[in-house]
Design a protein around this ligand. Structure first.
Ligand SMILES: Cc1cc2nc3c(=O)[nH]c(=O)nc-3n(C[C@H](O)[C@H](O)[C@H](O)COP(=O)(O)O)c2cc1C
Length: 318
């Protein structure tokens, strides 16, 4: 079958993506690092999600900030939202992305509702920002972050406030560290989120027996990579079931490292996917996943990725 017979184009919250593949926040910098990798092409991606951005610059957490888990199945990070602040991001990091064919999505973080609103208002005026992902799920900061994503009330408060500050598509990025992610997803959609992305990292700790101390400078961090994929798949399934009636698209992520992983998320209900930690292992993984998804579609006898979204067949029925 010729390549054009397979459609990977998807629409998320009115945003037309040339394919469903995005790079996850915090694992792709501002889009400049991977351009230096020979053969890597930012233009080929569906969207680039920028590093989490706050109002003021942040230095991040003390080192060490990264530790690998057993068998290379995951990493625990506690970067702590290091970033130069929204004004510097707009001034220094958006101009190089002018002309890039991938959509550009800002990732917004904050310690207060007012901070989220201010960052969103500034990105709202930046033409290159096509959408905003509201990070109410960062486990590595002492103030705000995941606290906003931990209850339906607080999540709804942040989303309603940022909704009033922009007409651009809003994606609420959800935490898996909650009792009912479906309830929080529903609250976000009801208060104005156009789409949901999940999962952010799972709270985790690694301990050095010799020093009797946690390995990370921040003591705790967030687990990501292949180890979290089964958790992420279940969460995507649960959220898709909760919000499909409202028509809100789901963006799935957590441990995706190959085309089959990506397809698992699509079947569970994701219309688009993000790749994060796998980029650290293989910078060309996105190119491989894109090619692999087209092959997989053909092998499954399908021609349009959209037809597969949420088509998981449960063994126990609905
Ligand atoms: C080093 C690192 C930095 C991250 N920084 C952010 C961030 O700034 N904002 C955010 O929403 N998520 C951040 N994340 C979470 C990822 O975007 C993603 O949700 C998570 O890692 C799960 O996907 P993965 O297993 O494919 O990496 C970060 C993850 C890593 C590993």
């Amino acid at each position: 079958m010729p390549e054009t017979d397979v459609n990977l184009r998807v629409t998320i919250a009115g945003l037309e993506l040339q394919n469903p593949l995005m790079v996850a926040s915090g694992t792709f910098g501002w889009g400049e690092v991977f351009e230096k990798v020979q053969g890597f092409d930012n233009d080929a991606l569906g969207a680039i999600v920028l590093k989490g951005t706050t109002l003021e610059p942040r230095k991040g957490n003390p080192t060490p900030r990264l530790v690998e888990t057993a068998g290379g199945a995951g990493i625990i990070n506690s970067i702590g939202l290091e970033n130069p602040g929204v004004d510097a991001v707009i001034r220094d990091h958006l101009p190089p992305l002018e002309g890039c064919k991938a959509k550009v999505i800002a990732n917004v973080a904050g310690g207060t509702v007012e901070e989220y609103v201010e960052v969103v208002s500034r990105f709202d005026k930046a033409d290159r920002i096509d959408a905003m992902e509201i990070n109410i799920s960062c486990p590595n900061v002492k103030k705000g972050g995941a606290a906003f994503g931990a209850s339906s009330e607080m999540a709804g408060e942040v989303i309603a406030a940022v909704r009033a500050a922009t007409g651009k598509p809003l994606i609420a990025k959800l935490s898996p560290n909650v009792t009912s992610i479906a309830e929080i997803a529903t609250a976000c959609v009801e208060t104005g989120a156009d789409a949901l992305s999940l999962i952010n990292t799972l709270r985790a700790m690694e301990i050095d027996v010799d020093t009797r101390r946690p390995v990370l400078g921040n003591d705790i961090g967030g687990l990501s990579g292949p180890a979290v994929k089964p958790v992420a798949l279940l969460k995507v399934h649960e959220v898709y079931q909760a919000v499909r009636g409202a028509g809100a698209p789901v963006i799935g992520l957590g441990g995706i490292a190959c085309a089959r992983d990506a397809m698992q998320f699509i079947l569970a209900g994701a219309r688009a996917v993000q790749v994060g930690t796998a980029l650290f292992v293989n910078p060309m993984v996105c190119t491989e996943i894109l090619g692999g998804m087209k092959d997989l579609l053909r092998r499954m006898g399908e021609t349009d990725i959209n037809d597969l979204v949420g088509t998981l067949k449960l063994n126990c029925g609905e």
